[in-house]
Design a protein around this ligand. Structure first.
Ligand SMILES: [Zn+2]
Length: 145
């Protein structure tokens, strides 16, 4: 993508990934598990979405999941969309069910004609774009295996 090194990588959202962001193949999404009720949520959370408890532990989430449901975004989203553009490519967006028992809203890539509910998906962590400071902004998607 560029001659930048891995030290110039930042996550698209703080608390979303295991660190460091290199090598990208070993980066995982991070979840938070409630030690009181067992509820798991995406990202680093300091209180439980289920019981409002605050005894949380951070866990790496599985890189494998199954497609629970999805939609295809055929028109370029407004705002600061950073995916393939000019031409814009239809984008799959779906709920991916992970073994931890949660469903993660995730981009599914641009191979939208081959998406199928129940199919096996695998996490891909990749540079989405380079920001004005020269940092690679790291994002994720789940793609067909
Ligand atoms: Zn809880």
């Amino acid at each position: 993508m560029s001659d930048k090194t891995a030290t110039n990588r930042i996550p698209v959202r703080e608390g979303l990934f295991t660190m460091p962001l290199s090598p990208l193949e070993q980066v995982r999404l991070v979840g938070s598990r409630c030690r009181t009720c067992g509820e798991v949520g995406l990202g680093t959370n300091f209180s439980c979405q289920n019981c409002a408890g605050d005894d949380m532990e951070v866990i790496p989430l599985s890189p494998e999941g199954k497609l629970w449901t999805y939609t295809v975004i055929r028109n370029r989203p407004p705002g600061d969309y950073k995916g393939p553009d000019n031409p814009y490519l239809p984008l799959g967006e779906g709920l991916v069910e992970l073994p931890e028992g949660i469903r993660v809203l995730s981009p599914l890539g641009n191979d939208v004609d081959n998406l199928e509910i129940g199919m096996d998906l695998r996490l891909k962590v990749y540079p989405l774009y380079e920001n004005n400071d020269g940092n690679e902004v790291i994002a994720f998607k789940y793609e067909p295996v």
